[in-house]
Design a protein around this ligand. Structure first.
Ligand code: P6P
Length: 340
C-alpha cells in the first residue's frame, strides 16, 4: 500500500555502536559501548533538567565562578556532577577532564578502566536563560600502551582520540557521534529513553554558503581573517556573498555547519592571543567530527588534531567546516606568511 509503513526496525545508539564494534573486530571488548551508555545516561539526565530548568528554577547563577572565571550557572554544576559520577560508576574510565574542574580527575583503582574522557558538560551555558540550544561536548582517548592511566594520557594529539561527540539540547536532544568510522546522529525518543539513529553517515558539503564568526571581535582580527571575511562578504562580480549565522553556542553553530556546510570560526586575535575555545574538550572533539564528516579543522596554519596539548585548559584558534571553505581560509594565512 502507498501509505507510510511504520518503522519496525528501530536502530538505537547502543545497537548501532555494537554493530560498528563488529567492524572493529575482536579488539573491541564492549567497554567503549558501556562507556557510551554512561554518556547517553548523562545526556538524558541533562536533557531532562535543561527542559525543566525554568520550571524548577535551576537557571541563574550558582553563586560561584569556575576555573574560567566565568559565573557558574546551576545547570553547569549539576551537569558536571552528573557526568563525573556517571563516568566514574561505569568502571571504564581512568582520567576525566572537565571544563568545570581546574584539575583532572584520576579515577581510584577500584573503578579504574582504560578510557579517558575530556568534556565540557554544558557548553554555551551563557545562553541557558535565553532558551538557546546548548550542549555537552566529549572526546575519548584509550590510555596509552603500558600506561596506568594518568594526566599524560590526555596530553596527546586529538588524532589519537578513539571517539568524539556532542549532545545538543534544543527542541529535541541530538547526539552526534563518531567512533572513527564516520559520523552518525541520534535523536532522543524520551518515551523510549533511547537515542534513535536519525542522521546516518553525516557528510559535510564540500562548500557551503554560511559563515559563522562573532564579528563583534572584528576590530581585533588579524589581517588573514579580515581579508578572508571580506572575500566572502564582498565577492568578485557574479558571485553571491555568504550568509552570516552565529548562535554563540558552539554545539549549535557546529551542528548547523556539519548539516548545511560552510565555515565556523573562532580566531585568535589581538584581544584573545590563542582564541577563546578550549583545545582538549571543544576544538579536538569538533575537529574529529568535522574530519570524519569529510571537512577540515585548522588553527589557520596547522591541523587542529595534530596539536600536542601542554595543559588541560589551553585554548586554540578554530576554523572548521566545509573542505573548500577551510582551504580558502588557509590560503589567506599562507599569503600573509609569504607576503609578510
Ligand atoms: P562569544 C560559549 O560560551 C562558548 O564557549 C562557545 O559555545 C561559543 O562558540 C563561544 O563561547 C561564543 O563566544 O565570544 O562569541 O560569545
Amino acid at each position: 500500500s502507498g501509505e507510510e509503513q511504520p518503522n519496525t526496525d528501530i536502530i538505537t545508539l547502543t545497537r548501532h555502536v555494537l554493530s560498528d564494534q563488529y567492524k572493529l573486530g575482536a579488539a573491541a571488548s564492549g567497554d567503549l559501548t558501556l562507556l557510551l551508555t554512561a554518556i547517553q545516561t548523562t545526556s538524558k539526565f541533562i536533557a531532562t533538567n535543561v527542559r525543566k530548568a525554568r520550571l524548577i528554577n535551576l537557571v541563574g547563577l550558582a553563586g560561584e565562578t569556575n576555573v574560567q572565571g566565568e559565573e557558574q550557572k546551576k545547570l553547569d554544576v549539576l551537569s558536571n556532577d552528573i557526568m563525573i559520577n556517571s563516568l566514574r560508576a561505569s568502571g571504564k574510565t581512568a582520567v576525566l577532564v572537565s571544563e568545570e574542574l581546574e584539575e583532572a580527575v584520576v579515577i581510584e583503582d577500584r573503578f579504574k578502566g582504560k578510557y579517558c574522557v575530556v568534556f565540557d558538560p554544558l557548553d554555551g551555558s551563557s545562553n541557558i536563560d535565553a532558551g538557546v540550544n546548548i550542549g555537552t561536548i566529549f572526546g575519548i582517548y584509550h590510555i596509552a600502551p603500558g600506561s596506568d592511566g594518568n594526566i599524560s594520557d590526555v596530553l596527546r594529539p586529538g588524532s589519537e582520540m578513539v571517539a568524539a561527540g556532542y549532545t545538543m539540547y534544543g527542541s529535541s536532544a541530538n547526539l552526534v557521534l563518531s567512533t572513527g568510522n564516520g559520523v552518525n546522529g541520534y535523536t532522543l525518543d524520551a518515551a523510549l529513553g533511547e537515542f534513535i539513529l536519525t542522521h546516518p553517515n553525516i557528510k559535510i558539503p564540500s562548500r557551503g554558503k554560511i559563515y559563522s564568526f562573532n564579528e563583534g571581535n572584528s576590530m581585533y582580527f588579524h589581517p588573514p581573517v579580515v581579508n578572508y571575511l571580506n572575500s566572502i562578504k564582498y565577492p568578485p562580480a557574479g558571485k553571491s556573498p555568504y550568509s552570516a549565522r552565529y548562535i554563540g553556542s558552539m554545539v549549535a553553530d557546529v551542528h548547523r555547519t556539519l548539516l548545511y556546510g560552510g565555515i565556523f570560526g573562532y580566531p585568535d586575535d589581538k584581544k584573545s592571543k590563542s582564541g577563546k575555545l578550549r583545545l582538549l574538550y571543544e576544538a579536538f572533539p569538533m575537529a574529529f567530527l568535522t574530519e570524519q564528516a569529510g571537512g577540515l579543522a585548522t588553527t589557520g596554519t596547522k591541523r587542529i588534531l595534530d596539536i600536542i596539548p601542554t595543559s588541560i585548559h589551553q585554548r586554540c584558534p578554530v576554523f572548521l567546516g566545509s573542505r573548500d571553505d577551510v582551504q580558502d581560509v588557509m590560503r589567506f594565512f599562507q599569503e600573509t606568511k609569504t607576503n609578510g
